[in-house]
Ligand binder design. Structure first.
Ligand code: ADP
Length: 494
């Protein structure tokens, strides 16, 4: 993606703060819409359903106390309490006589216009249905003024049979429109609540979105700095748990990157230094041999050859590592004699033993075979033995042991040097790593050897490790499964 399209995309997508704000605002709008729906459109139907239930309850209470003397008292109490007009008739044959009544509503239909037709209609309804109801808006009460506000009423009638064998007709009247002033008050309140909610929502959305987005915005700013190679960054570990964890992980990654960067710089300095020393020697000795007669000696030639070998080894190390970490991970494995491989590695150091007084011992009880890439195992052994020689103590002793047990063959390389502090043990396998403040830094290594060893052993699926005691020395080891020796009959054919 090029820079321009990335910038375009960034513009098109809403920033995190905006997205949180929008989501929050939408949620609040939805809540307000719901509130308005209930307070306006659904208010009347819900009120009607509540009143219906109240009518049923009043009818059943009246039926229960129909035989008692307190019927009128109960009717008054209920009417007052529920704002329902009540008439109770006793039916005997064709006649109906009023047993109780309570008149509470000014525009009540059953008391103001109790025409016979209406009573007959209610009686017929009650005979048909156990609880008969009808909605009615009385135009008689409204009079000539058709515009006048007459509340809609719900008339209810039911026939009740008492324990004493009486038949009662209970007629009830309840207004089913919420009182105008109440609904008006509700509407005004709703308007005020809506205003307050919108203000609060906007404030909360700004605050919340800022709180959530701030750490992310800060992190992205720091990450941009990191991307251009500035490691002096700090990611905030605040906000939600996830952003705090992200900040922690990024701080760790930035720390590691900074360490890697400084190691790489140190490596380049080391390599430049290591390359320059043998090159200076080679050019110096070559010039001397060219210009001064009699200096063309085998000793001087040997110095040039030794320095060339040092150069080659260094360049090989760098190449090996870049191959191993660059995806070139093919091994050409075969059954090899590990014991012989160790012996041939140690042969390289024969000169060191005789000239420099090193004691390099190798102990093994038998020849052991493994399935591995011989050249790579040689590299491992060479690096481990080389380190042991470089870092061993004054007694110049290095011990190599071969231990075969439980189907595995283990090689241990032990020196008597200063050892490695425990906190650095796990890091020495890292590329470019060198133990800090090593008291005797006569050895100028590249910090690549153990990283090459680790890559090779991991490719082989080998187990490996190091134990070290400061002041007493270190033991580096690796272990691979032992395999049977190859068939001897193959040898004559070659
Ligand atoms: P180098 O080329 O610096 O030896 P290595 O990767 O082989 O690089 O080793 C990494 C670091 O581990 C070394 O710089 C050294 O500090 C430490 N180290 C390796 N082997 C030994 C050892 N046998 N004794 C003490 N320190 C060791």
């Amino acid at each position: 993606m090029n820079a321009r399209s990335a910038a375009g995309k960034r513009l098109r997508t809403l920033p995190l703060r905006g997205q949180i704000f929008m989501t929050f605002a939408l949620f609040i709008l939805l809540m307000l819409a719901l509130l308005w729906l209930f307070q306006t459109v659904l208010l009347k139907p819900m009120y009607e359903s509540v009143r219906r239930q109240e009518l049923r309850r009043v009818a059943s209470v009246l039926t229960r106390c129909a035989d008692s003397d307190g019927l009128q008292e109960e009717a008054d109490r209920l009417a007052l309490h529920t704002n329902i007009c009540i008439s109770v008739y006793e039916i005997s044959g064709q006649y109906a006589s009023r047993r109780a009544q309570s008149h509470i509503l000014a525009g009540c239909l059953i008391h103001n216009v109790s025409s016979e037709t209406m009573m007959n209609r209610l009686y017929a309804g009650a005979s048909r249905e156990s609880f008969y109801t009808e909605r009615i808006r009385d135009s008689v009460l409204a009079g000539e003024d058709a515009e006048a506000e007459v509340p809609e009423s719900l008339l209810a009638a039911c026939l009740a049979h008492t324990d004493a064998g009486r038949t009662l007709l209970i007629v009830l009247d309840a207004e089913i429109e919420p009182v105008g002033s109440t609904t008006d008050t509700l509407r005004v309140q709703l308007g005020i609540v809506t205003g307050i909610l919108i203000l609060l929502a906007a404030l909360l959305a700004v605050l919340l979105s800022g709180r959530i987005a701030r750490p992310v915005v800060q992190m992205s700013r720091e990450a941009e700095k990191l991307a251009v190679g500035s490691y002096d960054v700090h990611f905030e570990e605040s906000g939600s748990r996830e952003t705090a964890q992200l900040g922690e992980a990024l701080n760790y990654a930035a720390g590691e990157l900074a360490q890697l960067d400084s190691m790489q710089k140190e490596l380049i300095a080391n390599i430049s230094h290591d390359l320059r020393t043998p090159l200076t020697m080679i050019s110096g000795y070559s010039e001397v041999m060219r210009d001064i007669p009699g200096e063309m000696t085998p000793e001087n030639m040997q110095i040039i050859i030794d320095e060339t070998e040092r150069l080659t080894a260094l360049v090989n190390d760098i190449l090996d590592l870049s191959r191993l970490s660059g995806g070139n991970r093919t091994l050409s494995c075969e059954t090899i004699c590990l014991t012989d491989t160790v012996r041939s590695t140690l042969d390289r150091y024969a000169k060191l033993r005789t000239h420099d007084g090193y004691t390099i011992t190798f102990t093994c009880d038998r020849d052991a075979y493994i399935y591995a890439d011989k050249s790579k195992i040689l590299q491992v052994l060479y690096n481990l033995v080389n380190n042991a020689i470089n870092y061993t103590g004054e007694d110049k002793t290095v011990t190599i042991r071969q231990i075969c047990a439980d189907g595995n063959c283990r090689i241990e390389v032990t020196d008597t040097g200063e050892g490695i502090p425990p906190e650095q043990l796990s890091k020495i396998w890292d590329r470019y790593y060198k133990v800090k403040n090593y008291y005797k830094r006569a050895v100028t290594g590249t910090g690549l050897g153990l990283s090459i060893v680790k890559s090779i052993l991991l490719l082989h699926g080998a187990q490996f490790g190091v134990t070290s005691e400061v002041g007493h020395g270190s033991t580096f080891w690796f272990s691979l499964p032992e395999v049977p020796p190859p068939e001897k009959t193959e040898q004559p054919q070659r």
